[in-house]
Design a protein around this ligand. Structure first.
Ligand SMILES: Nc1nc2c(ncn2[C@@H]2O[C@H](COP(=O)(O)OP(=O)(O)OP(=O)(O)O)[C@@H](O)[C@H]2O)c(=O)[nH]1
Ligand SMILES: [Mg+2]
Length: 312
């Protein structure tokens, strides 16, 4: 029997639910999520294996108009994934269009940026599947105009209304994705589910807590670097991994906020992160965090290099 295998880029505006959908398909948390836009900064590949099939699902940073160097690199990563993949999964938050349509039924349901994204996806000359996401929060009659507008924009695409959060209608999406995958032998061992290191996932977990616990510009000015990942105690009778991590921000005032009064905020970040990291690694974790300032690191290529943010 022939085998199907290929890569699918998850493409969408910030906050559309790409990372939530990837986690839902994999049944494990690989990508951090938050209610704030621009949470994901890297391409993150998860692998969904079935009999006779391997889907490499590549989560990407939300596609947006980028001004800072960090944002430009994020968008570059997204475009690279879109161009490099075998198929595109365009994730659209239906609540957006539904709201617009409710306000003014005569106005276009999709905005100019959606139209630009539709064109970008269409012109790649590869299959496009569209997810109309977040149907759990939009009344059915308001979803229909959005589906119609999407069908008009990308006539050849299959459109699947679903909820990445609840997993409702996920099977229909998997069915569509199976169809668009090319015939190809598996590219990874079939028991593998992630194409990222534990070290990366740990840094992401810490960054997620920054997104959840801090406000305004702080999450966007923060970078997490794992300085030491000491696994020497992992195989012992009481397994323990020791992690020493640096949180970099752009300004002294931000450092004060991340540390908090009497170190309160940093303690909360550390406590929540440690719980998740212990679950990920399956053992006790000692986590030490400290905060450093790298002036305006998001603004220049040099700044990105200094904190260790990889362009690729
Ligand atoms: N109600 C509802 N919320 C959802 C759904 N999918 C995602 N969300 C929420 O939407 C927010 C953004 O989700 P993410 O998965 O982080 O979105 P993203 O597209 O990866 O965002 P970026 O990484 O910033 O580009 C989170 O608060 C999710 O819980 C859904 O189907 N229903
Ligand atoms: Mg994301």
């Amino acid at each position: 029997m022939s085998f199907k295998c290929g890569s699918i880029a998850l493409f969408g505006k910030p906050n559309a639910g790409k990372s939530t959908l990837l986690n839902q398909i994999l049944g494990s948390k690989i990508a951090i999520t938050s209610s704030k836009p621009q949470t994901t900064r890297d391409r993150i590949a998860g692998i969904h294996n079935e009999d006779g099939l391997q889907m490499i699902l590549v989560d990407t940073p939300g596609y947006h108009e980028a001004w800072t160097e960090l944002n430009k690199v994020m968008v570059d990563k997204t475009l690279f994934a879109v161009r490099d993949s075998d198929a595109i999964l365009w994730i659209v938050d239906v609540a957006d269009g539904a709201r617009r349509h409710e306000r003014d039924p005569s106005a276009p349901v999709l905005d100019a940026f959606d139209a630009h994204m539709a064109e970008l996806a269409s012109k790649q000359d590869k299959p496009v599947v569209i997810v109309a996401n977040k149907v759990d929060v939009v009344p059915k009659p308001l979803i229909l105009p959005v589906l119609r507008a999407l069908a008009e924009k990308v006539p050849n695409a299959a459109i699947v209304p679903l909820s990445a959060l609840t997993g409702d209608n996920l099977d229909a999406l998997l069915g569509e994705l199976r169809q668009v995958l090319p015939e190809h032998p598996p590219l990874y061992p079939q028991d593998e589910w992630a194409q990222v290191s534990e070290r990366f996932l740990v840094a992401e977990i810490i960054r997620e807590k920054l997104f959840h616990l801090t406000e305004q510009e702080i999450p966007y000015a923060s970078f997490v670097e794992i300085e030491r990942f000491d696994e020497s105690g992992r195989e012992g009778p009481r397994p323990l991994v020791k992690i020493y991590s640096r949180i970099v921000v752009e300004r002294d005032s931000q450092k004060g906020i991340v540390i908090g009064k009497g170190g309160e905020m940093l303690k909360r970040i550390g406590k929540l992160a440690r719980q998740d990291i212990q679950e990920l690694l399956g053992c006790k974790v000692y986590l030490e965090l400290y905060v450093a300032v790298e002036k305006n690191w998001t603004k220049s290529a040099k700044g990105l290099r200094k904190v260790g943010f990889e362009r690729q």
